[in-house]
Design a protein around this ligand. Structure first.
Ligand code: ATP
Ligand code: MG
Length: 357
């Protein structure tokens, strides 16, 4: 038997503990079927870590994550910590983790689940066959550039700086090409090369890297056009790769195409196999503790863990197939159900996925 996979298990705040329990359940069931064992190490993070240890990202949690093969995270934050000073904000833990683990690639798949077309804002025929992945650069660009405000005769003047190095662009673009090779072989690189110098560098590097992947087709789209095409012809995209801020905006746009926020998983990856897996949604304090949250985003994040950290596409597909079957059978948590009386609990949906596996 192979060595156990080490999992840093960080439930966090709000609905975090409820949904990560279901994620862990599915992870163990998948492990039984595909021959994995796990060493699961709990860590405090976010608001609950502030309450206990006065630190949103305690040293012991960080150490756990650095020793782990993968991190499974619920969500952080909530109204009780909203007025905290900046260093005691739960969200600080996420930035800290990304930086400390050098997770420069954020992956967000968008797929269509059976019977959920009606919950989308788009027409069913436009949604047919939607299956794409946004690869967002996560540690560079304008969010991390130099920023300052100064007094001028024209009033205050505020500056944000958008910087990318060739190395930073190359590693994220390369990651997109590698992923496209095992998908449908198409990369759309998104930039604003008609006006931004950093985008011209981005495009040049993308062109150069593309030569090493002759089996992958590369095209370029300006970000404003991409925002439009994502809604007009979403089924045409395979892998979209873009810089930090454009990716932030486009991935939220992608998120609403196919239905509930409770369905969307994410992976954040660095150079090695280690990754951080978490649902796209937040801690949903409004429904926390009621056992009604949708666990599917977290369960699909576990599928991404098998795919990207354990390089086991078969196990990932088994989880995705099970989720598909459960949704097709009509099982729904409150956010997906058309009437509340039909809604299942968080735990019931998790159990159904395990059964389907
Ligand atoms: P954040 O700032 O962390 O993004 P937020 O309050 O902006 O938090 P969410 O926590 O994602 O956003 O919640 C947005 C809405 O979506 C809330 O009404 C919440 O109840 C709902 N929601 C989020 N996740 C789920 C889920 N897994 N199941 C059901 N509803 C959810
Ligand atoms: Mg939010």
């Amino acid at each position: 038997m192979a060595a156990p996979k080490r999992i840093a298990f960080l439930p966090g705040d709000g609905i975090g503990p409820e949904i990560t329990d279901e994620g862990a359940k599915v992870m163990k069931a998948t492990g039984e079927r595909f021959g994995y064992t796990f060493q699961i190490d709990f860590g405090w993070i976010g608001g609950s870590a502030i309450d206990r240890l006065k630190n949103p990202l305690p040293e012991e949690t960080l150490t756990l994550c650095k020793q782990a093969d993968a991190v499974l995270l619920g969500a952080v934050g909530g109204p009780s910590w909203d007025r905290n000073p900046p260093e005691l904000r739960p969200e600080k833990a996420l930035l800290g983790l990304r930086k400390e683990l050098d997770l420069f690639a954020n992956l967000r798949p968008t797929t269509l689940f059976p019977g959920l077309e009606e919950s989308s804002t788009l027409k069913a025929e436009v949604l047919q066959g939607v299956d794409f992945l946004v690869v967002r650069e996560l540690t560079g660009g304008i969010y991390f550039g130099e920023k300052f405000t100064e007094e001028t005769p024209a009033g205050e003047r505020a500056t944000d700086t958008l910087v990318y190095t060739e190395v930073e662009v190359e590693r994220i673009v390369r990651r997109a090409f590698e992923i496209a090779q095992v998908r449908r072989g198409k990369v759309t690189s998104v930039d604003k090369a008609n006006v931004l110098e950093s985008s011209r560098l981005w495009r040049k590097v993308a062109e150069r890297v593309a030569k090493e992947y002759p089996d992958v087709e590369l095209d370029h789209l300006l970000v404003d056009n991409c925002a439009m095409q994502m809604i007009r012809r979403p089924a045409d995209f395979d892998v979209i790769v873009t810089e930090n801020m454009f990716g932030d905006i486009l991935s939220d746009e992608a998120a609403i195409l196919t239905g509930s926020i409770g369905l969307l998983p994410s992976a954040s990856l660095g150079e090695g196999h280690r990754g951080l897996y978490e649902p796209v949604h937040g801690s949903a304090p409004d429904i926390a503790g009621q056992g009604v949250a949708n666990p599917i985003a977290t369960i699909l994040s576990v599928a991404l863990m098998f795919r990207y950290s354990f390089h086991d596409d078969a196990a990932a597909k088994a989880i995705e197939g099970a989720v598909n079957d459960v949704i097709a059978s009509g099982a729904r948590t409150m956010d997906m159900a058309s009437t509340e009386s039909l809604a299942l609990s968080t735990e019931e949906v998790g159990d159904k996925v395990v059964e389907a596996l």
